[in-house]
Each structure stands twice: as structure tokens, then as C-alpha cells.
Design a protein around this ligand. Structure first.
Ligand code: NAD
Ligand code: DAU
Length: 355
């Protein structure tokens, strides 16, 4: 029997993946209530949720996952029967220059959320409950030229970001083992698609190409990432939420490995076509820069378990997904301009009033 959530708490739902998840989930699950708890750091953008914010089943709450009384109140008020925890500090480069906030948000925030969920679930009147932790393939560390991460690969994080995500995963495991809490854990590879904040590789390259700015490629550009469209990730998360076995971990990925330099070349060439520039024009902007310290060489996800046990398959080919993503950024230059100017941070006040 599938689990059928009726009222879900999404944390970090104004970020890149959380907002795509809410847009996708609400269109596929009419009648299910969605409460979005997000503190709106620099990465939170309510403009990503235009449209859905008019849905009477949607509620936005600006708040911190470290705020235990707030979480306790929301769980009860909204009769939450599932928590999908996206909220995090997510950018590896920022974790290298400022790790503290990563530990606070990703480790402590997850513990606070778990603890409030445990108390609520143990005393709850909701018939069933799930807690889903959104993790990352980065918890497994780095691969050599061959092999894949499976769910049994030992955890070996290399950056402060991935170490903090690993700490969170271990707490989730502990809450299942110690209290029997019905937790789920997903570990996905690199996402791409609409609403991706332009500090990450693909949207940064798109934005810099539009503005004819240098395209910084770290090190030799031969590091490998495994890319999945954010809508495929969103549907995978929904699939795990409804069908996953409590206590289990599921890898998510689309068998789509690319060397960074090859992605940058592809984006350059497609954009030269879209912008009517001579082929090769954008490639001339590529600038090799100092490598990221501790830069993981290769990620590659073995997603056989979710495919086999839950019948999930990605629907995008990379070819179609990257073309659609480039078209989205070119069609949504206002969104990009608001992010660049900081205008997006005013959207909360215009919609919800100044507090
Ligand atoms: P993001 O940085 O775009 O969004 C994070 C969101 O969390 C923002 O809206 C931010 O305001 C919110 N947030 C941060 N601190 C908070 C706090 N204390 N309380 C409430 N909200 C807070 O991140 P993303 O790329 O959308 O990633 C979402 C999740 O998916 C993260 O947990 C990340 O580790 C994981 N993940 C990301 C990728 C990827 O490629 N981006 C891949 C695999 C897993
Ligand atoms: O693998 C999943 C992870 O993917 C998520 O857990 C993280 O939250 C998410 O940010 C992403 O991490 P990466 O470090 O892989 O993503 P990023 O876009 O920062 O970098 C992708 C690759 O491109 C990486 O090898 C570093 C390189 N890079 C990145 C930037 C921003 C460059 O060469 N130049 C750049 O300017």
C-alpha cells in the first residue's frame, strides 16, 4: 500500500530544488496541502513560486528550521503527515570560505527538525507519517576513473558542505534506528534546470555568456559530475515519499556523466546558436582558474535501487533538458536580472508585508 500524504511540510521550498518540487508536486497532487518553511537566505527566492502561491492549499512561512517551537506549532496546526527536508546551505565554494553556517543549518537544523518530528509523530493523531531527508551524492566522496556510488558505498565527505550533509544523514539514520521513526533518505546527483541560482556551474555559464563575461573553469576542467534534470529529481522524491521503505536510502541519478569542460563547451555552442553569435564566440570566454580546494574528481550514481524497487525512470534526455534550460534562462531574463540586482529579496515584503 502506497503512503498518501495529505499535508506536507517542505523546508527550503524557496530554493532551486525545493521550489521546483513544490511546483511539480502541487500540479500532480491536487488537494494535498503544502506548507513551505523557508528562512529566505540569499538562495531563497519566492519569485520561483509565482502562481502556486495563489493556490489555497499552499502556505508560505518565513522561518528557521532551527526554531523548535515554530516547527512544533506548524506540525500540529497543519496536521502534517510528511516532512520533505530540502533546506540547507548548498554551495560547496561558500562552505570552504565559511563552514560555520553549514554546520548550523545542515547539522543542527536537521537535528531540531528530527527532534520536533519525533515528538509530534510519537504523540500524533495522524494515521501515518514520513520524514524525508534530501541528501546528496557528495556524502560518498570522490570516485576514480571507474565505478559508481551505491547506497552501500562508505560515507567519505571531502568538503565542509558534504561533511555537514553527512552529519545530517547520520542523524536521520540514528532517529530511525533509535526511535523507529519512519525516515527516508535520498542522495541525488547534480541537478540542473529552471530557477537554479547563478552561482552554480550551469546557470553561471549561461548568465556569463549572455553578458560576455569570462567563464571560470576550475583546475583542468576534467572533473566529472552526473547531471539530472530537477523535474526528474522532484518526481523521484515524490516516488520515494509515497513508496519508499521506512529507514531506507535511495540514490537518484540519470547515468549522465559529463566532464565540466565538455558541459561548458556544450552550453557555449548551444548559446551561440540561440543568440545568433558565430560558433566559437562563447568558447573564447573560457578562463581556467585556480582549482577548488579538495575538489572531488568524479561523481557517478548507481540508481538501480530506485529504478528496480520503485519503478522510477528519468524522463529527460540531457540533450532536451539542457536546451530547455537554456531557453528558460533566455526567456526569463527578468528573473535573472532580479537575482543579479537583489530585487528578488523584496518579493517577500510585496506579497506578505514587512515584518
Ligand atoms: P538552495 O541553496 O537553492 O536552496 C536552499 C533553500 O534553503 C533556500 O531557499 C534557503 O533560503 C533555505 N534555507 C537555508 N537555511 C535555512 C534555514 N535555516 N531555515 C529554513 N530555510 C533555510 O539549495 P538546492 O540546490 O535547492 O538544494 C536543496 C537540497 O538538495 C539541499 O539539501 C541540497 O543539499 C540537496 N541537493 C542539491 C543538489 C543540487 O544539485 N543543487 C543535488 C543533490 C542534493
Ligand atoms: O552532486 C550534488 C551537489 O551538486 C549538491 O549536493 C550541491 O548542493 C550542488 O551545489 C552541486 O555541487 P557541485 O560543487 O558539484 O556544483 P557546482 O555547480 O558548484 O560545480 C559543479 C562543477 O563545476 C564542480 O566540479 C566545480 C565546477 N565549477 C563550478 C563553478 C561554480 C567550475 O569549474 N567553475 C565554476 O565557476
Amino acid at each position: 500500500m502506497q503512503f498518501r500524504p495529505t499535508s506536507i511540510l517542505v523546508t527550503g521550498g524557496a530554493g532551486f530544488i525545493g521550489s521546483n518540487f513544490i511546483n511539480c508536486f502541487m500540479s500532480r497532487n491536487p488537494g494535498c496541502r503544502v506548507t513551505n518553511l523557508d528562512i529566505l537566505t540569499y538562495a531563497g527566492n519566492l519569485e520561483n513560486l509565482r502562481g502556486v502561491d495563489k493556490n489555497p492549499d499552499y502556505r508560505f512561512v518565513r522561518g528557521d528550521i532551527c526554531d523548535a517551537p515554530l516547527i512544533a506549532a506548524l506540525l500540529v496546526e497543519e496536521k502534517i503527515d510528511a516532512v520533505v527536508h530540502f533546506a540547507a546551505e548548498s554551495h560547496v565554494d561558500r562552505s570552504i570560505t565559511g563552514p560555520e553556517i553549514f554546520v548550523k543549518t545542515n547539522v543542527l537544523g536537521t537535528q531540531v527538525l528530527l527532534e520536533e518530528c519525533r515528538k509530534y509523530w510519537q504523540g500524533s493523531t495522524v494515521p501515518d507519517f514520513r520524514y524525508l531527508q534530501i541528501s546528496t551524492d557528495e556524502v560518498y566522496g570522490s570516485l576514480g576513473d571507474t565505478g559508481f556510488f551505491t547506497e552501500d558505498t562508505p560515507l567519505a565527505p571531502n568538503s565542509p558542505y558534504s561533511a555537514s550533509k553527512t552529519g545530517a544523514d547520520l542523524l536521520v539514520r540514528a532517529y530511525h534506528e533509535t526511535y523507529g521513526m519512519p525516515t527516508l533518505n535520498t542522495r541525488c546527483s547534480n541537478n540542473y534546470g529552471p530557477f537554479h541560482f547563478p552561482e552554480k556551474l550551469i546557470p553561471l555559464m549561461i548568465s556569463n555568456i549572455v553578458n560576455k563575461k569570462p567563464l571560470p573553469v576550475y583546475g583542468d576542467g576534467l572533473n566529472v559530475r552526473d547531471w539530472l534534470h530537477v523535474k526528474d529529481h522532484s518526481i523521484a522524491v515524490e516516488t520515494v515519499l509515497k513508496g519508499g521503505k521506512p529507514g531506507a536510502v535511495y540514490n537518484i541519478g540519470g547515468n549522465n556523466e559529463w566532464k565540466n569542460i565538455d558541459i561548458v563547451h556544450l552550453v557555449c555552442d548551444l548559446m551561440d546558436g540561440s543568440l545568433g553569435r558565430p560558433q566559437g564566440d562563447s568558447r573564447s570566454l573560457i578562463t581556467f582558474v585556480k582549482d577548488r580546494p579538495g575538489h572531488d574528481r568524479r561523481y557517478a550514481i548507481d540508481a538501480a535501487k530506485i529504478r528496480r524497487d520503485l519503478n522510477w525512470e528519468p524522463s529527460y534526455t540531457f540533450e532536451s533538458g539542457i536546451r530547455e534550460t537554456i531557453a528558460w534562462y533566455l526567456d526569463n531574463q527578468e528573473w535573472v536580472a532580479h537575482v543579479t540586482s537583489g530585487e528578488y529579496q523584496k518579493y517577500y515584503d510585496t506579497q506578505y508585508g514587512t515584518h
